[in-house]
Design a protein around this ligand. Structure first.
Ligand SMILES: C[S@@+](CC[C@H](N)C(=O)[O-])C[C@H]1O[C@@H](n2cnc3c(N)ncnc32)[C@H](O)[C@@H]1O
Length: 187
């Protein structure tokens, strides 16, 4: 009888692990195929991001796809406000844990679990993204629509195809939303 119960409990446990494992893998696969998958920015990149961003206490930075939250932590430690948004629940949990470990909490620093395509970005003065080539055109359109003129946009490695890059440090590229969008020539 005891063996039967033990067998049933074991079967149930394996079943649960398989179901949750499948859900997590599916979420990670969605992230892999439809957006940038996880690669963290190293310390040199983070140093270059901060040096280009020139953050002040009045800035509010958002890291689109924040991974383990390392950019949010580094930005918040300068005194600026920092927010990260992450779609992968595992990295979201890791980022939350990392913020806690660094004694960072809202409003100074926070992480949101969500999809950056769904997020209104108009409140931010600095946007950081470590994306992937094929999203950059679509992302440029979203940023141009939502961000205020003068907002700093920093991209790790990938270029915005139709934007004029203003500065570069290593493979960190710096852009700014212009005061007015280039007008189409009249013909
Ligand atoms: C290349 S990693 C960059 C991590 C971090 N920004 C850094 O530089 O260390 C990209 C991250 O974006 C996340 N991601 C992909 N698509 C996303 C989306 N639509 N919304 C939010 N996060 C997304 C991935 O899960 C991954 O953690």
């Amino acid at each position: 009888m005891n063996f039967l119960l033990l067998g049933l409990a074991l079967f149930f446990l394996i079943f649960l692990v398989m179901v949750f494992g499948q859900i997590i893998l599916s979420l990670m696969t969605i992230g892999f195929f439809y957006g940038p998958y996880y690669v963290g920015s190293d310390q040199i990149r983070i140093k270059n991001i901060l040096s280009l961003a020139k953050l002040t206490k009045n800035d509010h930075l958002i890291d689109l796809g924040t991974g383990d939250g390392r950019i949010v932590i580094a930005a918040a430690q300068t005194g600026a406000r920092a927010t990260g948004i992450e779609i992968n629940p595992i990295y979201y949990c890791r980022a939350r844990h990392a913020l806690k470990k660094h004694h960072l909490s809202p409003p100074q620093a926070q992480v949101i679990w969500g999809d950056f395509w769904e997020k209104d970005l108009s409140a931010y003065s600095v946007v950081v993204v470590y994306g992937i080539g094929y999203i950059m055109s679509r992302l440029a359109k979203k940023l141009q629509k939502e961000l205020k003129p003068g907002t700093k946009v920093i991209s790790v490695y990938f270029k915005f195809p139709d934007w004029q890059m203003l500065k570069q440090k290593g493979d960190i590229r710096y852009y700014q939303i212009p005061d007015s969008l280039p007008k189409k020539p009249i013909n």
